[in-house]
Design a protein around this ligand. Structure first.
Ligand code: ADP
Length: 546
């Protein structure tokens, strides 16, 4: 028997409709690319998104076409998003930090027809536009006064084309399973692969992401997504904030400690989200200036593991609650969030932080388990670690154009490529990416755990651990360290600091000091490059074993 409820397709336009109708005057504040702080609200964004849809229609864009954006987090970017998706087209967020060849590949593979581009990235596209035969127009996201002299063919000015329209546009409707967003994963090996979100998956993800134990946003919140809209949907914030009418504070191009602090302070931000490297910059700034964070009550840290020392500083020194999150582009992107369970808030702070150092519990809609190499499920005992497998309505079922073949197992589980433990309470802890795990004497060593402890040393700025070939143990860990400015830590003092914090056999066999650790376009440590850099490295313990 079928239910008799209304057929209300879950389309992302309903999110901005809701915000405009019930929270119309709630502000969207932007550090604009041109410089000044600008202010708009949901009602105005809603109108200008409809104007954007009309402008795109005039350019010949139809339902199902792909339109890209290469832009920072700004109100204009939000308008372009909803305009593209509201026309029934697919919004493809381009990561400007990718190499030129990767961008050319992605733009052609996705068949982008129009690209919205921020002033900052005009030169990036100018350098490759000759190789992009399918792109019909470039919309520079600025006003007439700031329009650059550009070599881009058919370059249009955002404000000109948007403000030329009336905005009397009705969103294109259709099935909730139609595509609305596209984001390529960085692809450390092989070509990048396109994750194609549907209206339904994004709406469900927004609702799940907004639950109390997840982002838990309210109309009274002011949220600052430092995490870019071009990286895994800004963790869903650009959809989830309008659903509740939260104020959004957009950081534009400036992610340094001083700029982020200024917005947190002057805009009364209550909740913010970013990768650990951004928080390192902010905490460095706070330390230097003695500034405090009175309005901020929670910070979401994800994308890479949040080191314990960082969680401690936020919680103990600044009285800001930390929510450690894990996810991936293929998961829209949120998978877990580390809110405490009943009774845990009564634990001593150090034990609460033990829980928060883990990546958290599955949010509703995410099913999760760990398995061994043969696909057999492992126990949730907090000790066994295995392949982290996920399923759910906002998890990718395939990549665009079938790249990578069938990505699900017979029961519909997607292998995240991460290795993790699950404990009795459901908290998951990432121990490694499957390809980074160190295999020593038949056992696995977690590089992430060693890195997290090493960065707790007061003289260490950043640390990475890779496996180095060893004649007796197959592989042994090498700790690679970037020292804090003006500091010269020794191998002995770092190893001494780690003693007792990890199992003896996990202790790195050596420490190498470098000026810089390479990062991927999404801010992760580039282990592949490090392994190449250190491929001929001889561990002091190797000769002894030979
Ligand atoms: P990209 O490969 O493009 O950077 P994603 O942003 O989708 O793609 O990366 C997802 C991966 O990031 C996860 O599979 C995991 O390895 C890592 N990751 C995300 N959050 C965390 C976290 N809190 N702790 C450790 N690793 C994380």
């Amino acid at each position: 028997m079928k239910g008799l409820m209304q057929d209300w397709p879950l389309r992302v336009t309903t999110l901005i409709d809701h915000a405009a109708r019930f929270h119309g005057d709630r502000e969207i504040v932007t550090r604009s690319i041109e410089g000044p702080i600008t202010r708009t609200n949901y009602k105005a964004v809603h109108l200008r998104a409809r104007k954007t849809a009309q402008a795109l229609q005039r350019l010949g864009i139809k339902k199902g076409d792909v339109v890209a954006t290469m832009a920072w987090n700004t109100a204009r970017h939000l308008e372009a998003w909803y305009g593209i998706m509201g026309l029934g087209a697919v919004c493809h967020t381009l990561n400007p930090r990718l190499f030129a060849e990767q961008l050319v590949y992605i733009i052609n593979h996705a068949e982008d027809k129009v690209i919205f581009v921020d002033l900052t990235f005009v030169p990036v596209l100018e350098a490759i536009s000759a190789q992009l035969p399918l792109v019909k127009a470039y919309v520079v996201m600025t006003d007439r006064a700031h329009m650059p002299a550009t070599k881009l063919p058919n370059a249009l000015c955002f404000e000109d084309i948007v403000e030329a329209e009336k905005g009397d546009f009705k969103w294109v409707t259709g099935d909730e399973n139609e595509a609305c967003g596209l984001c390529y994963t960085s692809g450390t090996t092989g070509n990048p692969k396109g994750v194609l979100y549907s209206h339904r998956s994004n709406v469900l993800h927004s609702m799940a992401a907004n639950m109390g134990d997840a982002l838990g946003m309210k109309a009274s919140d002011a949220i600052l997504p430092v995490v870019p809209m071009f990286h895994a949907n800004a963790w869903g914030i650009a959809f989830a904030a309008p659903a509740v009418g939260a104020k959004i504070v957009m950081p534009g191009a400036n992610m340094d400690g001083a700029s982020i602090y200024e917005l947190l302070d002057t805009e009364g931000v209550t909740c913010t989200a970013a990768v650990p490297t951004v928080w390192l910059m902010l905490l460095g700034y706070l330390e230097k200036t003695g500034a405090k964070l009175p309005a901020l009550n929670r910070v979401v840290i994800g994308g890479s593991a949040a080191p314990r020392s960082m969680i401690e500083v936020f919680e103990e020194k600044y009285d800001v609650k930390v929510f450690h999150a894990w996810g991936m582009t293929e998961m829209s992107p949120m998978g877990t969030l580390g809110a405490l369970k009943a009774g845990m808030e009564k634990l001593p702070l150090s034990q609460q932080i033990d829980v928060k150092t883990k990546q958290g519990r599955a949010i509703y809609t995410v099913e999760m388990k760990i398995t061994d190499d043969n696909g057999v499920e492992l126990p949730s005992d907090g000790k066994a670690f295995g392949h982290l497998m996920v399923r759910g309505p906002a998890v990718a079922g395939a990549y665009l154009k079938g790249e990578g073949g069938n990505i699900l197992d017979a029961d519909g589980w997607f292998d995240t490529g991460d290795v993790a433990t699950l404990d009795e309470q459901g908290y998951m802890q990432i121990t490694d990416r499957a390809k980074d795990v160190i295999k020593s004497g038949g056992e696995w060593i977690s590089s992430i755990e060693i890195e997290n402890i090493a960065v707790g040393h007061p003289k260490v700025a950043e640390a990475a651990v890779i496996g180095i070939l060893h004649p007796k143990w197959d592989e042994r860990p090498l700790l690679i360290v970037v020292a804090k400015e003006g500091e010269t830590p020794t191998k002995e003092e770092i190893l001494k600091y780690m003693e007792g914090k990890i199992a003896k056999w996990w202790m790195p066999d050596d420490v190498a000091f470098v000026k810089e650790i390479p990062h991927t376009a999404t801010g992760k440590i580039q282990k592949l490059t490090l392994r190449q850099q250190f491929k001929d490295y001889k561990l002091p313990t190797a000769s002894a074993a030979e």
